[in-house]
Design a protein around this ligand. Structure first.
Ligand code: B12
Ligand code: SF4
Length: 483
């Protein structure tokens, strides 16, 4: 009988985003770990997935091998997790975007580091592990053309952890080159080109997915309109509901696509609008304009698709008035929701190089690179103004008044109103904005702003569970319309 091994596949999350803080109903299924698991022969490996969004990590699992996927803001925490598993005798391999950009840093905390995509390297890593001869670095000379051939191991995700479990990508990469974005340069050998899976194959995978709702974790499902059209045709007969990330650029240039998207089951789009200043968009190489957004969003609403936006604050053309302007604009456009982030120059990006060269970085402690903290000197504000202004904008956007006004603006059908109100209240609770008692409304007063608080990279061992119960009760209080 073949000797079986036990593997733990791990993702950790920023302290404020762990299982006790993120509402289950808004959790989307992890794709990285089920993808890695599918690449491991089932007759040789017993595999467990531990996603810290779903529950606290358990270190006493007797793993032979631990694979950890690492992004920049959780790198310190991932290294601590690696140290704890190595202490139990397991070998630890790190991969993902951060180790791919900074392999020399990551190897200080692991037995091996994988640069780039696992489809081309994991078999080699596993063979070396079995022979007791792990190398330090595994790099790919090219990028994978066909992936998810094997169904991601959704079955390994905790069924109680997510409202649905099917997630996949139809494409990889993105045709744009926004200077703050790391996806196109970080994953392995050079350019992270745009690659597509055949629509028939996507439909086949979805047919096997035991879920009526599907999350496409693509960076831009719409980089090639003809492909998207074919994908919609292939997916439509399955009558599944789905959502994905899409760039506004192509939706705007190809309005006929909207009907196909809606008919194929697309219910919501996440679009990185980033800014309502066309100068800011231009400054980071984003090709869109605000006028384009204003024409586009009502058209998307007309076909019954919700828009969730990504806003970034702190661009060089932003000033203290930008927060209020952006909140008002988002309300006026009737957005279903928005993720608000502070501009962050991730290592390896063009923006990082620019800020480093001009001496504008204030820290390279990666824990601060979460989009919730200021890691560079802004041009038209102080660090404090950007920090507190971002907090103010989020809170204002998710005030009951704003949520209500967006619901009314968005509504074409009664379900639109319900979606917008439900999503608004959900985000409000998820980002725990109701219970935020900090004096954030004074961000304009540059003389009296408190410094941004220090962040905690990790809290191990975990504090007692009853402390989390209290946190949960506090979060529940977020829903109440009175303090
Ligand atoms: C889905 C997603 C999320 C989801 C994750 C859902 C979940 N439950 O897991 C959510 C919304 C929670 C999320 C949160 C965050 N995310 Co995110 N996310 C993504 C996204 C869009 C897709 C990731 C994905 O699933 N891809 C599909 C899988 C199959 O590919 P993959 O992860 O790249 O894995 C492949 C290889 O990288 C490699 N690999 C990866 N890990 C490992 C590990 C080992 C051991 C091996 C061998 C190989 C390997 O093999 C895999 C197969 O080829 C990426 C963009 C992107 N294209 O990468 C951003 C991205 C990873 N996220 C990013 C960021 C910034 C964040 C947040 C910090 C946002 C925030 N401010 O809160 C948090 C951090 C959370 C965390 N724990 O790290 C950045 C990371 C930049 C950086 N340098 O760190 C990215 C790259 C987006 C961007 N455009 O910049 N994210
Ligand atoms: S469009 Fe989105 S995924 Fe593509 S480079 Fe810009 S930020 Fe990154």
């Amino acid at each position: 009988m073949m000797n079986r091994h036990k593997a733990g596949l791990i993702i950790v999350h920023p302290e404020e985003q762990k299982w006790n803080n993120v509402w289950k109903v808004f959790r989307f299924p992890n794709l990285t770990l089920p993808t890695l698991a599918a690449l491991m022969p089932q007759d040789e490996w017993d595999i467990e997935i531990q996603d810290e969004l779903v529950g606290p990590l358990c270190f006493e699992r007797d793993y032979d091998l631990v694979l950890i996927t690492v992004t920049t803001s959780v790198s310190a925490k991932s290294y601590e997790v690696a140290r704890r598993f190595r202490r139990t005798g397991a070998k630890v391999v790190l991969g993902g975007i951060h180790p791919s950009v900074l392999p020399e840093e990551s190897i200080l905390h692991a037995d091996a580091v994988v640069v780039g995509e696992a489809e081309l390297t994991l078999a080699h890593v596993l063979d070396d592990f079995k022979r007791g001869k792990l190398e330090k670095f595994y790099r790919t000379a090219s990028m994978v053309n066909r992936w998810d051939q094997l169904l991601p191991r959704w079955d390994l995700l905790d069924p109680k952890g997510y409202p649905f479990r099917a997630s996949l990508t139809a494409t990889r990469g993105c045709n744009y080159r926004c200077s703050f974005c790391s996806i196109h340069l970080a994953l392995g050998a050079g350019q992270y080109g745009y690659r597509k899976k055949s629509p028939a194959e996507v439909a086949r995978i979805l047919q096997d997915a035991d879920s009526e709702f599907v999350m496409f974790w693509d960076d831009d499902l719409l980089s090639e309109p003809r492909y998207t059209e074919q994908l919609c045709e292939a997916v439509k007969p399955l009558r599944k509901k789905w959502m994905s990330q899409m760039s506004a650029t192509y939706v705007a240039r190809h309005p006929s696509l909207l009907k196909s998207l809606a008919e194929s089951g697309c219910t919501a789009m996440f679009m990185g609008l980033e800014s309502i200043s066309s100068e800011s968009l231009k400054s980071v190489n984003k090709q869109n304009t605000v006028k384009m957004y204003e024409e586009l969003i009502p058209r998307i609403h007309e076909v019954g698709i919700d828009v969730h936006a990504g806003f970034v604050v702190g661009f060089d053309h932003d000033d203290v008035d930008s927060f209020e302007r952006t909140v008002e604009w988002g309300n006026r456009m009737g957005l279903c929701g928005a993720i608000w982030r502070i501009l962050t120059p991730y290592p390896g990006t063009q923006l990082f190089k620019e800020f480093q060269a001009s001496g504008r970085l204030v820290t390279t402690d990666w824990t601060y690179y979460s989009g919730e903290d200021v890691v560079f000197r802004p041009r038209n504000m102080t660090v404090e103004q950007l920090y507190w202004g971002h907090k103010w904008a989020k809170r204002q956007f998710y005030s009951f008044k704003s949520i209500g006004s967006r619901g009314l603006r968005r509504s074409i059908r009664p379900s639109d109103l319900l979606n917008t109100l439900g999503a608004g209240l959900g985000y409000r609770a998820m980002f725990h904005l109701g219970s935020d008692k900090l004096p954030v409304d004074v961000y304009r007063d540059r003389g009296h702003l408190p410094p941004p608080p220090r962040v905690v990279p990790f809290r191990f061992p975990y504090p007692p569970q009853n402390e989390y119960k209290q946190v949960l009760l506090d979060r529940l209080a977020d829903f109440l319309p009175f303090p």
